[in-house]
Structures are given as C-alpha cells and as structure tokens.
Design a protein around this ligand. Structure first.
Ligand code: F6P
Length: 369
C-alpha cells in the first residue's frame, strides 16, 4: 500500500484517558486535512464498530477543522474511550451464565471496510497496541500513538499525560504538607501506577514525601513506621507517605478490588491498608487521600500538549512516508518509528538504580526496603 492510496484515515482513542488526547486528535486532523485526506473519529474505543445497533454509522463521524478548534488544552477525549470489552477478548455471556472471551477483530476490520476505511491511527496503551498489531496482520494500515499517565510503556522516552499527573500529585502533596504539619499527622496519598511507580516516585520526590512505596520495591511496613518514629525523635511530628496503587508488601501482593473478563483487573485499596497499618503500629493519627482519577483529568501541561501534538503530527507523517505497523515514539529530540510488535507487552519499570531513586535515598526518603 502506498501513501497515494490514503484517502480516509480513522482515529480512535482506547484505554484510560490521559491529558493530551485531544491535542493528538487535533494534530492528526489538521495534518491529515492539510494533505487532502478525510479524517474520521471512532467513538468510544471500538464500541461503535462492534455495536452497530447502538452507534449509527459504526460510531464513525467525519472530523473537520471546526470540530478540533480550541481543544488542545482540554482534558479527556472528544472521541470517547473505553477500557472494557477488549475486542480480542470480548466477553460474551453464554446461555449457562458463564462468560467466554472471543476475538472480534475480524468484525472490526469488516466494519472499517464497510465504511471504506483502511487506515487507522490508534492512540492507547498496551492493550491498544495489541489490537493494532492484530488489525495490521489482517490487512489494515495502522499507526499507533502511545498513551498512559502511568508512563510504563517501553520504547518511548515518556508518554503524554504523565507530566500533568505528576504536577497535580505534587501540588496535592504541597497542600497536604501544611495540614499534616499543623495537626502532627501522617498523611498517606495514593496515586495511580498499576505496575510501575513513576508517578509516585517523581511526585513524591518533587513534593517532599518522606516515604514512597512503589510496585518495583516491595515494602516492609516496619521500615515505614521506623521512619515515622525517626522523624518524631527529630521533632518532625508529621510524615507524608506516597503510595502507588500497585505497591506491594514484602509478604503480600498488590491490592486487587475487581477481576473482570475483557479488561485488566482493577486495583485499589493499598493506600487504605498502609494508612491503617501505620495508625495501628505507630499510634499516630493518620489520614488517607486517594488522588485516583483526579490524575487523569484536567488541562494537560505545556509539556504534555507539545509531545501530544508532536506525536499526532508524526503519525500522519509516518503514513505519508508509507509506514504501517509502527508506533510513533519520543526519542528526544526526535520522534522515531518503532515496530508495534517490538513495543507490545514491554513495560517500562522504574530502574532501581536510576538517579531519581538514588536522589530520593540521598534526601532520606524511605522506600520501605
Ligand atoms: O490509565 C492507567 C490507569 O491510570 C491505571 O493506573 C489504573 O489502574 C487504571 O488506569 C484505572 O482505570 P479505570 O478506573 O478507568 O478502569
């Protein structure tokens, strides 16, 4: 397939939203229209294509310059998104009430073909990359744009949304610092970070946390309590504890609140467990703040806007130069093209010897190890 065949490009956003998605959409639309191509939005991930009875036109709608005017700074995605009902493992209820996961990717390819679309730009995390890979193998021209506030996708320097999340979590710590100090309390702050602790680490160091618990470093609660006692002895009667939702104790596992077919398991509750244990073991009055989805909302920082716009424009350039099956990735000062197959299933964990971890330790921050 050559770029000369490109007439209609579809764009979809999948997985959890991230500040910067609208900036990607705007860059894709403006760059695509500039080349004389038509750009179509896909509503709510792939739901529209799989549920034609609910979505007119397969959930596809034509995007004009007017539609993307003034959206760069807006959180969320004008297309809608979904992290349920993965088309490769679509949950179907069987007559006996059990759930069976089926691959519905052929139907997606057929739906796109029905609407004369053979080119897709998919913006998403690891799940979206896996779907993109299958669609490519089934003949579609596909470019992937990486996205996650967790910053845990390998093969790209950073993902948009992460900087916004870190800025917000840092501001939250700043605010909690004064109230914790005023009351002489322990404040536990839980942030997103399912498998990797990037948000907890970067915001924790920037916001002067005393303890940071991340999935990469299983924690011993006694070490956390020792830190609180050490601070007490130094006349610091308050402590800030940053906990990634995926943190795990040395003798336990991550706190899962829900298993569901067709989607990743839902995490939650680790902050509460840590806060409860601290209060019990230290006798210190302890409060918990779960930042959760606040981290995914709001206006993207200038940094996130810029990388989102760059990746969106790069996706169109990749198509123009005949690429397919690649993910546009940040490799400062460049954007490079990485084969999607190489990017799938590759997590970027916090390296235990990275400079930020070393800096944290030099500052006296405890990881519970
Ligand atoms: O976007 C990734 C993520 O933020 C994870 O850290 C978190 O576990 C998950 O999304 C929660 O997603 P939701 O509540 O939308 O299912």
């Amino acid at each position: 397939m050559s770029e000369k065949n490109i007439k209609r490009v579809a764009i979809s956003t999948g997985g959890g939203d991230a500040p910067g998605l609208n900036a990607v959409i705007r860059a894709v639309v403006r760059s695509g229209l500039k080349r004389g191509w038509e750009v179509y939005g896909v509503r709510d991930g792939f739901h529209g294509l799989l549920l034609p009875e609910r979505y007119p036109n397969g959930g596809l709608f034509r995007i004009t310059n007017e539609i993307v005017r003034g959206i760069t700074h807006l959180g969320g995605t004008i297309l809608g998104t979904s992290n349920r009902n993965n088309p490769l493992k679509y949950p179907i209820k069987m007559p006996d009430g059990s759930i069976q996961e089926v691959d519905r990717s052929d139907e997606i390819v057929r739906s796109f073909a029905l609407h004369n679309i053979d080119t897709l730009i998919t913006v998403g995390g690891d799940g979206s990359l896996a779907i993109a890979n299958v669609l490519m193998q089934k003949g579609m021209r596909v470019i992937a744009v990486p996205k996650t506030i967790d910053n845990d996708l390998d093969k790209t320097d950073v993902t948009f949304g992460f900087d916004t999340a870190v800025a917000f979590a840092t501001e939250a710590l700043d605010r909690l610092h004064s109230t914790a100090a005023s009351h002489g309390r322990v404040l536990v702050v839980e942030v997103m970070g399912r498998y990797a602790g990037w948000i907890a680490l970067n915001a924790g160091v920037s916001g002067s946390a005393d303890v940071i618990l991340i999935p990469e470093i299983p924690y011993d609660i006694n070490k956390v309590v020792s830190k609180i006692q050490e601070r007490e002895a130094m006349d610091a009667h308050f402590t800030l504890v940053m906990v990634a939702e995926g943190a795990k104790p040395i003798d336990g596992s991550a706190s899962v609140i829900e298993h569901q077919a067709g989607r990743a398991e839902r995490l939650g509750g680790m902050g509460e467990k840590v806060a409860h244990a601290i209060e019990e073991l230290s006798g210190k009055e302890t409060r918990l703040v779960v930042l959760g989805h606040l981290l995914r909302g709001g206006s993207p920082t200038a940094y996130d806007r810029l990388i989102a716009l760059r990746l969106g424009a790069a996706a169109i350039r990749a198509l123009e130069s005949g690429h397919s099956g690649v993910m546009v990735a940040l490799d400062p000062p460049h954007v490079k093209y990485v084969p999607i197959q190489e990017a799938i299933g590759k997590m970027k964990f916090v390296p235990l010897d990275c400079d930020t971890v070393e800096t944290a330790r030099d500052l006296g921050i405890v990881f519970g190890d």
